[in-house]
Ligand binder design. Structure first.
Ligand SMILES: [Zn+2]
Ligand SMILES: [Zn+2]
Length: 466
């Protein structure tokens, strides 16, 4: 695979003399495969230059694939300026996540609606197919693409690209699932405390053995600690997770707009020292706009993800309002936070304040997802989780349960997962995170249970006790 970075900056374009070496355009990476596929990762302002280069090449009709991680401006703002979308005869497939029942195309139309832009999405002259993705692998020629949800305050997908002989993972706009502290233990040894979170283990598996990981690394550790919940990673975490995943190279990506070139070079040096302090090997560099790199297709790779040969899930249009979410909490402010986050998205939110009521309501209403606070009055949150998981009835046995707990409850996380918790969300938490995680879990569950006759919701009802 050959890659070229057309945009490496996060959040906001930052052109000027202080960013000449690493660039000021927002995310866009061009990928060319040995079998001639053109794949573009994200459509930030960097994509404008790529479009001009494709036209200048004058090689006739352009056929390409555009993978978008999420709809934040810095990842889609270049779309209306990507000239190859306007040329009749060109053919494009555009992929990305939906949001709360809205398909990808509707989301992209939003940013080009009349008050915001003078040209509508429908005025693209090329033949365009839109694919609303879920976490299901699909093929682009010989390239296998595996999407996975990242931890960000919008529904966001990372992409693992496998040719069978080389692997590149693109994981930007991602924050550690629990507040990250660099371990005293050597980095990347695989037993670090942040790996307790099951979603971190999944993230590490997503990166496993990659020849190149392009990872969110927006902050220094100090900046990250001041910006918990902003959806981005400190460079130390990017190094640790790449080491734990035994990746070969790490490109620091989504550079903080206020970091000048010298700051980025200091961060790279700190990362290299972190690698040198441990037993692992990893080449770390900061992705630079204009940089071209070849990822040799020489290794024999296993494909740890997405053995399902089926094409992508298309489209994820089930309206969110079909879903009931149960919140079990005796703190009114948390109930209000969850309710205010989910109701505008069309979810039906039910709230109870104790465990017995939670179990009764779970049986009566069969919620699609249950949020449980660590402490509720008449029963501990974990006991509710255990009781639900002990049930043989598939809808309740498998319903995603997300534990809400304070950020200081770190030592209890392992106990939570052992009790059958699906995910752990540190509190306090922004409404945007609650929306993204709930949406992601509901889409995951629908994929897992599609075609499973035991998940018809017709199980018998009986009394459960704690
Ligand atoms: Zn971004
Ligand atoms: Zn973002």
């Amino acid at each position: 695979m050959r890659l070229r970075f057309w945009g490496t900056r996060g959040s906001l374009p930052k052109p000027g003399p202080s960013t000449m070496r690493y660039g000021g355009n927002t995310p866009c990476v061009e990928v060319r495969t040995a079998d001639g596929q053109l794949v573009i990762l994200d459509c930030g302002t960097g994509v404008q230059g790529l479009g001009q280069a494709l036209l200048a090449a004058g090689e006739g009709p352009v056929r390409g694939h555009l993978l978008i991680t999420h709809m934040h401006w810095d990842h889609i703002q270049g779309l209306p300026f990507f000239a190859p979308l306007f040329a009749p005869g060109n053919e494009w497939d555009i992929y990305g996540p939906g949001s709360a029942g809205q398909p990808l195309q509707a989301l992209l139309e939003g940013q080009m609606a009349y008050p915001y832009f003078p040209i509508a999405l429908q005025q693209f002259g090329a033949t365009i197919r839109y694919h609303t993705l879920v976490e299901r692998a699909f093929q682009i020629g010989d390239l296998r693409v595996t999407p996975r949800y990242l931890n960000h305050p919008a529904l966001t997908l990372g992409y693992r690209l496998d040719t069978g002989a080389a692997t590149v993972v693109y994981a930007t706009d991602h924050e550690p699932h629990m507040p990250y502290q660099p371990d005293v233990a050597l980095p990347g040894v695989g037993s670090a405390s942040w790996l307790t979170h099951r979603e971190e283990q999944g993230h590490m598996a997503f990166l496993a053995g990659a020849d190149l990981v392009i990872h969110d690394a927006q902050y220094s550790l100090t900046e990250y600690q001041q910006r918990l919940g902003w959806g981005h990673s400190p460079v130390e975490y990017a190094v640790d997770v790449a080491l734990a995943a035994q990746a070969r190279q790490l490109a620091l990506f989504h550079h903080e707009p206020w970091h000048d070139d010298d700051t980025l070079e200091r961060l790279v040096e700190a990362c290299r020292q972190r690698v040198a302090a441990g037993p692992g090997t990893l080449h770390v560099f900061a992705a630079a706009e204009g940089q071209i790199m070849d990822v040799p297709e020489t290794q024999s790779h296993t494909r740890p993800h997405g053995d399902d040969p089926a094409y992508l899930g298309e489209p994820a249009t089930t309206r969110a309002r079909a879903h009931t979410v149960l919140i079990v909490d005796d703190e009114p402010q948390t109930v209000r936070l969850v309710t205010d986050a989910l109701r505008p998205e069309g979810y039906r939110v039910l709230a109870v304040s104790d465990g017995e009521a939670a179990l009764r309501l779970a049986w009566a209403e069969r919620p699609a997802l249950i949020l449980v606070h660590w402490h509720v009055s008449s029963a501990q949150g974990l006991e509710i989780c255990r009781a639900l998981r002990a049930e043989p009835d598939p809808p309740l046995h498998r319903v995603p349960m997300v534990l809400l707990a304070s950020q200081t409850a770190g030592e209890h996380i392992a106990a939570g997962f052992a009790a059958g918790v699906t995910d752990y969300l540190p509190m306090p938490c922004k409404p945007t995170y609650i929306r993204a995680r709930v949406c992601g879990w509901l889409l995951r569950t629908r994929l897992e249970t599609a075609g499973d006759p035991s998940f018809s919701g017709t199980g018998h009802r009986r009394q459960m006790t704690l």
